[in-house]
Design a protein around this ligand. Structure first.
Ligand code: SF4
Ligand code: SF4
Length: 141
């Protein structure tokens, strides 16, 4: 196989995995949102500070594989200021566009709320999360 063809096949595979990862974020999001909507509105130490909205190199692999532009930075905003994507009703980005850490940070309150939900739903959620992690690993390999 020539190198151009090999490169094209790799790009197609990356795109396929990136789309699978996007779907995996969509699958876990409703359950997380259900619980963030319970615990976050009264939180006094909101975790959405600006530095947490920054993308790392692995996030960029995903975004680039989808052919998307990276959401803009606000260079004047301090790391500890509220995240530039945080709006009145929470994060303004769809979950799959957010940095990975935004989905994988579970504070104690949030974790307790998730675990306190129906056991079957919680189990299904953890299976979806495992799937998400596995697809992401494949994409980054
Ligand atoms: S996830 Fe936890 S720390 Fe972050 S805003 Fe919600 S309650 Fe607060
Ligand atoms: S969830 Fe949204 S608002 Fe919160 S840190 Fe991440 S990108 Fe910013």
């Amino acid at each position: 196989m020539n190198k151009d063809k090999e490169g094209c096949m790799q790009a197609d595979k990356q795109k396929e995995l990136a789309n699978e990862l996007k779907n995996a974020f969509d699958a876990v999001s409703p359950f997380i949102e259900k619980h963030t909507s319970i615990v976050c509105p009264t939180c006094e130490t909101v975790c959405c500070i600006n530095k947490h909205g920054n993308y790392d190199s692995n996030d960029l692999v995903f975004i680039e594989a989808l052919g998307m532009e990276v959401p803009r930075y606000s260079p004047d905003r301090k790391d500890t200021d509220p995240c530039r994507f945080l709006k009145e009703h929470g994060c303004s980005l769809e979950r799959w566009v957010r940095p990975y850490r935004c989905t994988f940070f579970f504070c104690d309150l949030l974790l307790k709320s998730l675990e306190g939900d129906n056991a079957k739903l919680f189990r299904a959620f953890t299976e979806f999360l495992k799937h998400l992690v596995s697809v992401r690993q494949q994409l980054l390999e």
